[in-house]
Ligand binder design. Structure first.
Ligand code: DGJ
Length: 542
């Protein structure tokens, strides 16, 4: 699949120049270089400023309640479900009338789509499979409990379930192949928050037989473990086992779908504790939680990336998850996050850690609120917390994605450990500082104990790209940025040469609207409303 994608991308940027009008649009694809990643859309890096629709918004009658929210928030991408029960209500009879409505309306709204395939597993449950699957446990087996009873979740060891899900998914991907030549759909998520709750694996006769066998050779090689599952993984053996067979199941679905249309595919994780014991930290057992990512990497080579659904409001935990999933072999994407205002600031550290996409969940006007995970209601203050950030980034998303793919990045948010608020980038030290008045700092004699307006509020964050050895692009809000020499030698001192407010175009070229100086730079660079700055540093000798 990678080769086919490469050919499409190469065609777009080289051989086909001059005849581009006659050529099909290049397929979206994932690209990686020097440990950084880009989602290539129309042949160039793309930053998903997404929103995810509510779970039952996947019907034509609901779409008019979605598009105004897209505009209100300045999103460029919508993640939305496609349910197995909806496209194959009776076995072998397919109905794509929903997609017939969705695709042209998305084009009209000027957004790209990520389709969420709600099939065998949706939040681990079979809620979205057709009734003919739900009711036929002989053909489509549910997991068994340790004492032999039927569990709620379908088993990843059910060959018939795999075949039936795969057939429906292939029909979906064939539809996209035939009906979406312009690639409005840029990514697909096969299944949703897979794994299992209440027990850690299937205990059917077949599952127990497989569990007693030696772990697969590829997994043994990757992990350096050997023997049976229990011998290799001890207390976490059930979770590793379920991860392997769930990942193999989904990989076969993804591979078959990609044979129809080779789009990037990812899986999303119902995560546990980011600071817990790997594979025992409480996420859905066997899903792509951070502790079993290596299992998934080996078992599911057709899955381009694993992505965490982040509903925790603690900034330390949030950023820990970003660090778990941003790996040289895994592009960072946050396909779901809370839509309460507190979460809006986490866009900045996600961008700073190289995210290819970020999407708060439940943004449509259908009246549903998943509080306490997200907002109690979508009032103006909540919408604005996201909208002002997307409004800044949307026109610059292509340029940001391009520069972040080519250069070192860093980000932070209020509430992290002091060490996480400082980064050395080349010869410069970059500091993120919160809760300062703009004119002075906490040590200034003229500033006494007056609390800043944002004191104690869940706002503030920064993202930085080092675009040249002595030059940075920075975006953020409710934060202060300081750049200084990391290790001054002798009498050498660092100094700001120029700070410009402005914006970047699709190629990453910066256009200033003004130069910041005086009060605007004397005490650090204060981001209040979302702003983009280009900072050029230099040195002199004292
Ligand atoms: C995570 C799931 O992936 C979503 O579909 C949704 O159920 C949220 N949880 C809760 O609103």
């Amino acid at each position: 699949m990678q080769r086919q994608r490469f050919m499409a991308a190469a065609c777009a940027v080289a051989a086909c120049i001059g005849t581009a009008a006659a050529q099909p649009a290049p397929l979206p694809t994932m690209a990686s270089r020097d440990g950084r990643h880009a989602l290539m859309v129309d042949g160039a890096p793309y930053l998903m400023l997404g929103i995810q629709a509510n779970n039952s918004t996947n019907y034509p009658a609901m779409l008019p309640r979605l598009w105004p929210m897209v505009q209100r928030l300045h999103a460029n991408t919508v993640e939305i479900p496609v349910a197995w029960e909806q496209i194959e209500p009776a076995e072998g009879r397919f109905d794509f009338s929903y997609l017939d409505a969705l695709l042209p309306q998305a084009r009209q709204a000027g957004v790209r789509l990520v389709l969420l395939w709600f099939g065998t597993w949706k939040n681990t449950s079979p809620g979205y499979v057709p009734a003919w699957v739900k009711t036929d446990n002989a053909r489509f087996p549910r997991m068994r409990t340790p004492d032999g009873k039927a569990h709620y979740a379908l088993s990843p060891h059910g060959a018939n379930t795999l075949a039936a899900d795969r057939k429906a998914f292939v029909a979906l991907m064939r539809y996209l192949r035939d009906k979406d030549p312009q690639h409005t759909v840029i990514m697909v998520q096969p299944e949703n928050e897979v794994g299992v709750y209440q027990q850690n694996r299937d205990f059917s006769v077949e599952a127990n037989r497989l569990f007693a066998q030696a772990i697969p050779a590829d997994l043994a090689k990757r992990t350096g473990k050997s023997g049976s599952w229990a011998q290799a993984f001890g207390k976490a053996a059930d979770t590793f086992f379920n991860a392997w067979y769930t990942a193999r199941y989904i990989d076969q679905i993804a591979a078959a779908g990609q044979r129809e249309k080779d789009l990037p595919m990812y899986v999303n994780a119902a995560v546990g504790d980011p600071f817990g014991t790997p594979a025992l930290s409480g996420g859905a057992s066997g899903g792509p939680d951070w502790g079993v990512m290596d299992v998934w990497k080996v078992a599911a080579p057709h899955i381009d990336l694993m992505a965490p659904d982040l509903y925790g409001r603690d900034p330390k935990g949030y950023v820990k998850f970003l660090d778990h999933y941003a790996r040289p072999d895994n592009a960072l994407m946050v396909p779901e996050t809370g839509n309460a205002a507190d979460f809006a600031r986490f866009l900045w550290p996600a961008l700073g850690k190289g995210a290819i996409g970020w999407a708060p969940f439940g943004f449509d006007d259908t009246g549903y609120a998943n509080y306490p995970l997200g907002a109690k209601a979508l009032d103006d203050a909540t919408l604005d917390a996201f909208a002002v950030k997307y409004a800044l980034m949307a026109p610059q998303a292509r340029g940001w994605a391009r520069l972040a793919y080519a250069n070192p990045t860093w980000g932070s948010t209020k509430g992290l450990e002091p060490a996480q608020q400082r980064q050395v980038m080349g010869r410069w030290q970059v500091d993120a500082i919160y809760e300062e008045w703009q004119f002075g700092d906490r040590t200034s004699p003229w500033l006494k104990s007056d609390p800043v307006p944002t004191a104690g509020q869940p706002v503030g964050g920064l993202a930085v790209i080092q675009i040249a050895p002595d030059q940075f692009l920075a975006v953020g809000s409710d934060a202060r940025l300081k750049v200084s020499l990391a290790a001054p030698k002798g009498s050498e001192q660092g100094t700001i040469l120029r700070v410009e407010e402005g914006s970047i175009d699709d190629t990453g070229r910066f256009t200033p609207i003004r130069v910041w100086n005086g009060d605007q730079t004397d005490y650090g660079l204060n981001f209040t409303q979302p702003t983009m700055l280009r900072i050029t540093m230099g040195t002199f000798r004292g």
